[in-house]
Design a protein around this ligand. Structure first.
Ligand code: 4AD
Ligand code: MG
Length: 463
């Protein structure tokens, strides 16, 4: 008999009275000598399927290996459930054991483990309700992202993971090398001789696909990237990962106003997609961790995002009378406490902050006429702070070159990027969305380590 996924058991395709074959992992078993109840989960839905074993038809020995964590196959008849909490259940006729899970050693034996404990068990935590829900939402959001861009005629561009240029200029890159680390070849003046390295030059894992994305946008018109990104910044915070996924649309002929609208439409589309398609998981997470979750997601859809210049944002923060951990002044890089004050307390909705001082933003951003600020835009979100960072790009060859020289960015690494401004340059804009920050927002989780299956953070690459 063909296996039915549990998600479909609760759907219209599996009518009461039909015979079904189900497979999954045992969450719990309870009961007495007459009847035993197993809660079965196969990962297809947050819902467990109740299996009822009439102990007149099974013997105790048969059910002994059916413990929490074991994998089983049951056939039986789908019947309406008398018990509370589920609409249907399976009256078992056959039982097959695939794999046992020794109660003495299975780490997820009990319910209610803390998220910290589960981080230590990252190899098994997908089997919990919480991580099942988070991972299903994550998958749905990834699909929504492709859907959003594909429906709007954007092309998916694969930018390289190994690169020789530092897009954000932060210098927090993981080096990629095949040189023997205990016996490095040296040049005459004692420096490492990268000409002997695999790529013939120093290479690293990318911090952003943007620069290559701009090459795509100035050819295909509108592209997006969606891939892993690596940053070796030593920030051990609930919002930073060393390996995270980023979505970077880049659009020729878009100015910063278009860019802001695209960002707002994009996030709203993703949040709505999750609300429409992951309702059970989101409601489960809300009940467990964050009772305001659904309301917060819906409120983001309702309101238009505030558009505010950095200079005005600083004024609001200065006048707030709040004691912040980090000082606020014109020129300061905002930290998440400042961002969250603007969003959660002052405006009570998402804010797009624009026109930041050029000193705190990357070299490629379009310079404003005031000579002090650039056409940057950060989208700030409740609970999260910065969820998107982007800008209109400097399309003038001369101005871009001057900025590169001013910041002493090694020119020889940048020649190909500058060619976009030498040949058929156009106004263009783009942004980067941190995928895990979006998943954090949608799931209501509070630590970024809990929304990626295998988090990479300083000192942590075990699983
Ligand atoms: O603001 P960032 O550094 O912008 C860029 O990389 C640009 N090249 C994007 C572009 O214009 N195409 O990063 C973009 C977003 C941030 O807003 C944040 O959501 C996320 O990426 N992000 C991180 N997420 C998790 N862990 C980290 N260490 C992150 N660093 C940035
Ligand atoms: Mg940023």
């Amino acid at each position: 008999m063909k296996r039915t996924k549990i998600v479909d058991i609760f759907g219209p395709e599996a009518p009461v009275g039909s015979e079904v074959s189900v497979k999954g992992w045992v969450r719990t078993r309870r009961g007495n000598k007459h009847v035993q109840f197993v809660a079965l989960n196969d990962g297809s839905t947050i819902k467990n399927l109740q299996i009822v074993f009439d102990m007149a038809q099974f013997d105790d020995e048969q059910l002994k290996p059916v413990t929490t964590g074991s994998a089983i196959h049951v056939t039986g008849v789908l019947v309406e459930s008398m018990g509370k909490g589920q609409s249907v259940e399976v009256q078992a006729t056959t039982l097959e054991i695939y794999g046992t899970a020794d109660p003495e050693t299975y780490p997820l034996q009990k319910k209610g483990h803390t998220l910290e404990f589960l981080r230590e068990k990252a190899h098994l935590r997908p089997r919990t309700n919480t991580f099942g829900a988070v991972l299903r939402v994550r998958s749905a959001l990834a699909f929504a992202i492709h859907k959003f861009f594909q429906e709007r005629g954007f092309f998916y561009l694969h930018t390289p993971l190994i690169t020789a240029s530092d897009c954000e200029g932060a210098g927090a890159m993981f080096q990629v090398t095949t040189l023997p680390l205990n016996d490095l070849p040296k040049t005459e003046n004692g420096e490492i001789d990268y000409s002997a390295d695999f790529f013939g030059k120093q290479a690293a894992l990318t911090v952003s696909g943007q620069l290559e994305g701009e090459l795509g946008a100035t050819a295909l018109g509108a592209i997006y990237t969606f891939g892993p990104t690596f940053r070796a910044e030593n920030s051990n915070t609930p919002r930073h990962l060393a390996e995270f996924w980023m979505i970077e649309p880049e659009v020729a002929f878009n100015d910063i106003t278009d860019n802001m609208q695209l960002a707002e439409d994009f996030i709203k589309y993703c949040v709505k997609y999750a609300l429409d398609n992951c309702r059970d998981d989101i409601e489960f997470l809300a009940s467990m961790y964050d009772k305001d979750l659904v309301e917060r997601l819906e409120s983001v859809l309702k309101d238009e995002f505030v558009r505010l210049a950095y200079t005005e944002g600083i004024e609001i923060l200065e006048k707030s009378g709040k004691k912040f951990e980090f000082p606020v002044y014109w020129g300061a890089d905002l930290s998440s406490e400042h961002e969250r004050y603007l969003v959660e307390e002052h405006f009570k909705r998402p804010v797009i902050l624009t026109d930041y001082p050029k000193e705190i933003k990357a070299f490629y951003m379009k310079q404003n006429e005031d000579g002090k600020t650039v056409r940057a835009m950060d989208v700030l979100f409740p609970q999260i702070g910065e969820i998107i960072g982007g800008s209109e790009r400097e399309e003038s060859y001369e101005k871009l070159l001057a900025r590169i020289e001013e910041l002493e960015i090694p020119m020889k690494d940048m020649w190909w990027y500058l060619d976009t401004r030498r040949f058929g340059t156009v106004p263009h804009s783009g942004f980067g969305l941190g995928f895990e920050r979006l998943v954090l927002f949608v799931t209501g989780m509070t630590n970024i380590r809990d929304v990626i299956p295998f988090p990479r953070t300083p000192g942590n690459a075990e699983f």
